[in-house]
Design a protein around this ligand. Structure first.
Ligand code: 5GP
Length: 193
């Protein structure tokens, strides 16, 4: 997605340890127009897959997931990282190790929002080692739902997330693919859409 790649070139900052900072348009301050276009692109790619729910994880996945869900005319569900007092129903849960925060957290979705009739599109902001997406796939599979694919805004292709997901039989569609962040420079490779 050319618009996204250009924005990363313009406003992305490379931190040490292979981390890309995009807090001025994705992870903290959010550009609604860009997110809308990202959501529409995912919706277009998965238009024929009979998607019934879009699933993401709080917080930065919510914006692109919501715009995709709006175009697909289905609900968006975000997995929670902390248990809320109001979540008193049966929960689907899985453990996720966070690449950026370096802690393991339990993520959860209320059982009542996913079932075996669902065809799910999973969306997240970043794909690094694949742990967040893997946790979301596990939640869907606990519910008996089918995962039609994972849509990623920014994939760091030098980490093994894509391989982890493809080994689970999951299609990955990334709108920007980063081959390297070496020497403080973002090097792109061909994206999926
Ligand atoms: P994974 O679970 O694939 O290892 O990492 C995905 C999660 O880690 C994303 O949801 C994102 O929040 C965070 N993350 C991973 N790498 C980066 C990065 O380079 N920059 C930012 N801002 N977040 C990242």
């Amino acid at each position: 997605m050319e618009e996204l790649v250009n924005r990363i070139k313009q406003d992305g900052n490379v931190l040490g340890a292979g981390v890309l900072k995009v807090d001025s348009f994705v992870t903290h301050q959010v550009d609604p127009k860009l997110m809308e276009n990202i959501g529409a692109t995912f919706a277009q790619v998965f238009a024929e897959k009979n998607i019934t729910k879009v699933v993401t994880i709080e917080a930065s996945g919510i914006a692109p997931a919501l715009y995709a869900a709006k175009v697909l005319e289905v609900p968006m569900i975000f997995a929670r990282k902390a248990k809320s007092l109001t979540m008193d129903e049966e929960l689907l849960t899985s453990s996720v190790y966070s690449f950026t925060k370096q802690v393991t957290s339990t993520i959860s979705i209320s059982r009542k929002f996913l079932n075996e009739e669902d065809n799910v599109l999973i969306i997240d902001d970043f794909l690094a080692n694949g742990q967040a997406a893997k946790g979301l796939i596990e939640l869907c599979r606990q519910a008996g739902a089918a995962v039609e694919g994972v849509g990623i805004v920014i994939e760091k292709s030098f980490q093994d997330g894509r391989q982890v997901l493809e080994d689970m039989g999951i299609r990955v569609v990334s709108l920007a693919r980063i081959a390297s962040l070496d020497n403080g420079t973002v090097t792109f490779q061909e994206a999926d859409a």
